[in-house]
Design a protein around this ligand. Structure first.
Ligand code: SF4
Length: 513
């Protein structure tokens, strides 16, 4: 009987229809055919810990691995890992994902985690297993070998946490295919292909790694350090074709951090997918996409580009600088680009970050009101623009000016894993309830109330249940508030939202069935 099997766990990320767990599939691909492993998806299991327990009790499993994103995944990742540690003390525990990478100190200090894959694990994960499964060496010799693996965090013989060198991003076309058919043996793939506002059968797909920018508020910056690598258009299309032929997909959500980085790749892909009748959504930057010509945007629309998520953040150029947004984005550009998107027929989904720190309370509030006004201007320019509002939740890069500013303002992160699963911190991760000392309750009320009124007047198209009389009724009760700027106590809108279970895409993704 083998006793070195690997359990790879994807903790539950929400209550909605779930998407293909690409992050654990990527890790699985790196060891497929070499090590024996099973996949447990917390999203699709009624009792995921019982499933884990059943596997571990066989005595065949030596490794418990979990991806851990900030937010809801912590609710299973932390207590389940704790139980595994207690019940199966010999099991080696490996974490990966943005939370584990960005909060590696807290994770390692918890003594629950033995190793952290700090970034892409395509080489790191199999290399780590090769050492742990290799010839028996003393701890010092093992430490030396581990120290040579890139993208790894471990504790050495002296008890110190070692964070190894970052790996250069790999040529994405050389990576092994994701083991979709193997996943299908655990969870039928069709259960992951959702009905969304774009189509009946929506695939979620990851076509690139990282982002070439280093915005100081963005959690991926410490992981990728301003680097980006994408699959070729042919590589992506090969996978899309597979899903089209096998599962008849008609829509794709590209979950890349910055799908539109390479114009050449996007246009090549557009030409390949042109006649396939597949709609898609992806994330990009305004200044990057502003370099695309009107004809190129038109081609993308013809090729199925339905909506693009764009981090507008704010129209205030000074605050954009404070965020280290980089590139050439400005308030003027945001307005011009909103108009261009209107002409192209592609929906711009612009996100704004409200509640940035400033020198005085008055300045913080003034900027919030200014941003609200700016958002209304964008809606006037192009009413089809979808607006996403986030409250500023600091994940600034250590060493940045912004980082110092938030420390000076009295902000600090939790120091234990237990604190991270308190409801207030979970909301913080969803960028809905920051525990930032400079943001006063009346400011949060102003932002939230405006958001409610905005979502009443302009409900998102992504919640496709809100149409016809529902949309009309919401518009009727919201119009006067939106016009007059009286946002306080918008209970009547909240009641309708609750009644029709209105879904804001920024909380659990697009509404899907
Ligand atoms: S452009 Fe977007 S993904 Fe890239 S660093 Fe800035 S916020 Fe992050």
């Amino acid at each position: 009987m083998k006793n070195n099997k690997i359990l790879i766990f994807n903790p539950k990320s929400g209550n909605a229809k779930h998407r293909i767990p690409n992050s654990i599939l990527q890790v699985a691909a790196s060891i497929h055919g070499k090590y024996e492993y099973v996949l447990v998806d917390g999203n699709l299991e009624k009792d995921p810990f019982l499933k884990i327990l059943n596997y571990l009790e066989t005595g065949e499993y030596k490794y418990f691995c979990s991806t851990v994103m900030p937010g809801p995944q912590l609710r299973q990742a932390i207590p389940f890992t704790k139980k595994v540690r207690k019940l199966f003390s010999n099991t080696i525990i490996i974490w990966g994902g943005y939370f584990a990478s960005n909060q590696y100190g807290v994770c390692m200090d918890s003594n629950l985690v033995d190793y952290i894959v700090n970034g892409p694990g395509d080489v790191t994960f199999p290399s780590l297993l090769d050492i742990l499964e290799g010839e028996k060496l003393d701890k010092i010799a093992i430490d030396k070998k581990l120290g040579e693996i890139e993208n790894l965090v471990f504790r050495n013989n002296d008890g110190n946490i070692v964070k190894t060198k970052k790996e250069q991003l790999l040529d994405q076309d050389t990576l092994p295919n994701l083991p979709y058919t193997y996943l299908d043996t655990f969870y039928p793939l069709k259960n992951y292909l959702a009905k969304t506002f774009m189509g009946k059968t929506t695939l979620s797909y990851h076509s690139s790694m990282g982002c070439p920018f280093t915005c100081s508020f963005c959690g991926i910056v410490p992981i990728f350090g301003g680097r980006w690598k994408g699959k070729s258009a042919e590589g992506m299309y090969h996978d899309v074709k597979y899903f089209k032929e096998k599962h008849n997909i008609d829509a794709i959500e590209f979950h890349d951090n910055n799908f539109f980085t390479s114009k050449k790749r996007v246009l090549e892909f557009s030409n390949l997918i042109l006649n396939d009748n597949i709609k898609y959504w992806g994330e990009g930057r305004i200044d990057t996409l502003n370099k695309y010509s009107d004809d190129e945007l038109k081609l993308m629309k013809q090729a199925g580009c339905e909506m693009i998520f764009l981090g507008a953040e704010t129209g205030n150029d000074e605050v954009l600088k404070q965020m280290n947004k980089g590139g050439t984005q400005s308030g003027k550009m945001i307005k011009e680009f909103a108009a261009r998107m209107g002409k192209s027929g592609i929906i711009a989904e612009m996100s704004f970050v409200l509640g940035m720190p400033a020198d005085t309370e008055e300045q913080v509030y003034k900027q919030i009101l200014w941003d609200i006004n700016f958002i209304k201007e964008i809606k006037e320019i192009n009413p089809d623009t979808e607006i996403i509002i986030y409250l500023y939740s600091p994940t600034p890069t250590k060493g940045s000016k912004l980082y110092q500013q938030i420390l000076d303002a009295g902000f600090s992160f939790p120091e234990t894993l237990e604190e991270w699963i308190l409801p207030s911190w979970e909301n913080f991760d969803l960028r809905k309830n920051p525990l930032t000392p400079w943001l006063k309750p009346y400011m949060i009320d102003t932002i939230k109330n405006f958001e409610t009124v905005l979502n009443g007047k302009y409900p998102t198209v992504s919640d496709f249940r809100i149409h016809g009389y529902k949309k009309k009724a919401l518009g009727l009760v919201s119009n006067w508030r939106y016009k007059t700027g009286f946002y306080k106590f918008p209970y009547e809108i909240k009641v309708l939202h609750r009644l029709w279970k209105y879904r804001q895409p920024e909380i659990e993704g697009f509404y899907s069935e």
